[in-house]
Ligand binder design. Structure first.
Ligand SMILES: NC(=O)C[C@H]([NH3+])C(=O)NS(=O)(=O)OC[C@H]1O[C@@H](n2cnc3c(N)ncnc32)[C@H](O)[C@@H]1O
Ligand SMILES: [Mg+2]
Length: 431
């Protein structure tokens, strides 16, 4: 029985061993009386050589196959330093599962075309590497959350109210009334802490953002945590410990994939260890003004301002103490400065900016009603949420991490759309 192995398993030390491989034709060239096929599977690639002198019938089959044909190959391993992986397989059998005459993706394909055929582009090793890194970041998050005593919960996606402002809600018909797609699981996580105290969820969040920036999607994966008894400074420590573990563990498990994108430029990733630098919003404004950015105290920092700010840091860092009027209704007013709220964003360096939004929540019933009214919303729409401030209210805090934004920074991608299987933006809903 010949062992079926993965491409990446074929090593020079296996010289002389017979192996079976299943995969897709990634590259192909003919030299003299030989056909060189680079076979691809989920592990990587390996070169397979079909020689006319060795077996003319199989050689003729090999001449037929096109790029991305699916094949099963049997052969003998041969160490060869000239091969892409220092070992190759001398092809002895070739079963063509499906031959492909023409594969539509070519080297000069535009980004828009690659997104139009995203269902075919996912198989590219560089795209598959992004998905492996994203999966490993979440594997690491789960490891950390488990060992630190957080409970995973599964909040609803069909909801009745805004968390992050009504302007970015997707509204849909729900039988005889309307519902919205969740912008954030936060409010439901806040209900869960009265029984579980420390909860987390990974859900798709939806934002009808019209802004066409390199860091906005209309659907993104949102890792959110909520904890009873924690204040802003406590939750910031949770954020930096979690993000540090995610990044260092992924550096350990996905070094090859990260190097595909960063080569050896991984200093900022290695720097992601606690404590992350912390600056106040006031200090951030001072830095921006000193660098010639036209911004006044009280204004929000957008992607451009954050990009300039990140030039000052070589690791993720926090900005805390934002003005109340530019932040969400649920954030607790700073008792030492009523102009501000107890909120903190985590910004990634190298121009990536906000990857986490978090805050301590308003736990006082009357103050929360007042904030809802100040924001022009109707407390009736938040009756259940306000109940949480009536029956054993506690200080509590939480945050949301945009997974695609974290992946974009870790791999230095030029747009968050590359960090998700099928990106959704204002102009893209297909495939
Ligand atoms: N549980 C919480 O406290 C989360 C809170 N309710 C919240 O949604 N905050 S946030 O709007 O800053 O979004 C959180 C993060 O979610 C990401 N995010 C937020 N909006 C987007 C869009 N449109 N595309 C991609 N990623 C996005 C980004 O990293 C933000 O820092
Ligand atoms: Mg935010």
């Amino acid at each position: 029985m010949i062992d079926k192995v993965y491409c990446a398993d074929v090593t020079p030390e296996m010289e002389g061993k017979k192996v079976k491989l299943a995969g897709w034709v990634y590259r192909k060239r003919e030299v003299g009386k030989k056909v060189f096929i680079v076979l691809r599977d989920s592990s990587g690639i390996v070169q397979v050589v079909f020689s006319k002198d060795l077996n003319e019938e199989v050689y003729r089959e090999a001449k037929k196959v096109g790029i991305e044909s699916s094949v099963i190959i049997e052969g003998t391993v041969k160490a060869d330093p000239r091969a892409p992986t220092a070992a190759e397989v001398q092809g002895e059998k070739l079963q063509i599962i499906q031959n492909v005459d023409f594969f539509p993706i070519t080297k000069d394909a535009s980004d828009e075309f690659l997104l139009d055929v995203r269902h075919l582009h996912l198989r590219s090793p560089k795209v598959a590497a992004i998905m492996k890194v994203k999966g490993t970041l979440m594997q690491a998050a789960r490891e950390w959350l488990l060992q630190d005593g957080w409970y995973e919960v599964f909040p609803p996606i069909l909801v009745t109210g805004a968390v992050e402002g009504g302007a970015t809600l997707f509204k849909l018909k729900y039988f005889d009334r309307y519902a919205y797609l969740s912008q954030s699981a936060q409010l439901y996580l806040e209900a869960a802490i009265f029984g579980l105290e420390k909860v987390w969820s990974l859900t798709p969040s939806f934002r009808a953002e019209k802004s066409r920036t390199r860091r906005h999607l209309t659907e993104f994966w949102h890792l959110e945590l909520e904890a009873a008894w924690m204040d802003l400074w406590d939750i910031m420590k949770v954020e930096e410990e979690l993000v540090s573990y995610m990044v260092q563990r992924t550096l350990e498990l996905r070094k090859k994939e990260i190097e595909l994108y960063r080569k050896d430029d991984i200093k900022t990733l290695k720097n992601a260890v606690p404590p992350f630098p912390r600056i106040s919003y006031d200090e951030a404004i001072d830095i921006l003004q000193s660098k010639g950015v036209n911004i006044e105290w009280g204004e929000d920092m957008g992607a451009d301002e954050e990009r300039v700010l990140t030039e000052e840091f070589e690791s993720p860092f926090f900005v805390y103490g934002y003005p109340k009027h530019i932040k969400a209704f649920y954030m607790k007013e700073d008792p030492e400065d009523p102009r501000k709220v107890l909120a903190a964003d985590m910004l990634a360096p190298e121009g990536y900016g906000e990857i986490i939004g978090g805050s301590q929540r308003e736990d006082n019933y009357d103050k929360l009603v007042q904030r809802i009214l100040e924001e022009g919303m109707d407390p009736k729409d938040y009756e259940w949420y306000l109940d949480l401030r009536k029956y054993g209210s506690v200080p509590h805090s939480g945050f949301g991490l945009g997974l695609e934004r974290l992946v974009a920074w870790v791999l230095k991608l030029d747009h968050v759309r590359w960090a998700t299987l099928f990106p959704r933006t204002p102009s893209r809903l297909y495939p």
